[in-house]
Design a protein around this ligand. Structure first.
Ligand SMILES: Nc1ncnc2c1ncn2[C@@H]1O[C@H](COP(=O)(O)OP(=O)(O)OP(=O)(O)O)[C@@H](O)[C@H]1O
Length: 310
């Protein structure tokens, strides 16, 4: 598959803050490529350089063989970019915005179909300022896709959407992929990355930690078991972290989550029994992308913006 985006040794700093520190990425034609990482990892800066909105300090970027800054005019129409919130005039109505944007492109998509597909039809005559956060978000996705781009870059695709709208949006994005659109998806929703992305780049502190399929990342993190339970008495994590089969221990409320290799379950239950601790609600689960992220970076993603199950 040919590469549609190539980023080589990208560096970008803001004053004394290094935001992107030697990032290299290749996005192949027709894939959904996820960029996943915690807040402040440098995801947005990276894609803004790819979009030509920021000038890198160093490095090389090619989008469909073009330079995002020098060849900006030529890229318009081939590259769809999701607008950040609040970038439209307050009184511009949904249908007007879509019709206007579609008029900018030589081969636009059917904007009415996009409006329906994103659940905005009943808001066609509503001004931008009167839309809810989720509706603005959906409009920004529609505007990114209305030019029928070959490549779309979607930053925080479903942030602020309710579970149903999030699922609908995922379907829409899958529909785009099946029509051959290449999609770059910046997200910190693990479930979204796992469901949609063909490959994911894990980014942390301005660097690419690893690029692989979601399943490949999980495999590379060598997590074979994920055990969760509620201890009947206070439990010192060190009892578990000192076990050779345990890769990591995290807490979620009163739940203890243990990632481990093949024999972790036996080792954990033995140590709990020795300490007269009952593992209430004990479950062994399949490792997720989130577990892989923690194992590979030693960090949790910031999930304050609500990556709960949908
Ligand atoms: N215009 C700016 N001026 C100064 N610092 C900035 C600017 N934009 C981003 N930064 C800093 O650069 C780092 C990377 O930010 P960036 O927005 O690229 O990260 P991100 O991974 O997209 O984060 P988030 O998920 O929170 O959007 C952060 O420390 C951020 O505070």
């Amino acid at each position: 598959m040919p590469a549609v985006i190539e980023v080589r040794n990208l560096h970008k700093r803001y004053d004394d803050k290094v935001a992107v520190d030697d990032v290299s990425l290749t996005v192949q034609e027709g894939e959904i490529f996820g960029i996943l990482g915690p807040n402040g990892a440098g995801k947005t800066t990276t894609v803004e350089c790819v979009e030509g909105l920021r000038t890198p300090d160093r490095g090389e970027i090619k989008v469909m063989g073009l330079d995002p800054r020098r060849d900006r005019a030529e890229l318009t129409g081939k590259l769809g970019v999701q607008l950040q919130a609040g970038r439209l005039p307050d009184r511009l109505r949904v249908a007007e915005a879509l019709e206007l944007y579609s008029s900018f492109y030589p081969r636009p998509a059917d904007w009415r179909a996009l409006m329906h597909g994103l659940g905005l039809a009943d808001k066609a005559k509503t001004g931008y300022a009167k839309l809810s956060g989720g509706q603005k978000q959906r409009l920004s996705i529609a505007l990114a896709l209305v030019g029928s781009p070959r490549v779309a870059i979607l930053d925080e695709l479903t942030t602020g959407l309710d579970p149903q709208a999030r699922r609908d949006t995922w379907e829409l994005i899958e529909g785009c992929r099946s029509r051959g659109v290449t999609i770059v998806l910046v997200t910190h929703f693990m479930e979204e990355a796992e469901r949609l992305c063909d490959r994911v780049a894990l980014i942390d502190a301005g660097r690419v930690v690893m690029v692989d399929t979601p399943a490949g990342l999980i495999e590379r993190a060598h997590i074979e078991q994920r055990i969760r339970f509620r201890p009947s008495r206070p439990l010192d994590d060190h009892l578990l972290t000192s076990l050779p089969d345990v890769l990591g221990v995290t807490r979620r409320g009163d739940l203890v989550l243990v990632n481990g290799t093949g024999d972790a379950l036996t080792a954990v239950t033995a140590v709990l029994a020795r300490n007269q601790i009952v593992a209430e609600g004990l479950r062994v689960e399949q490792a997720s992308l989130e577990d892989a992220f923690v194992a590979l970076t030693g960090k949790h993603l910031d999930v304050t913006s609500g990556s709960g199950p949908v």
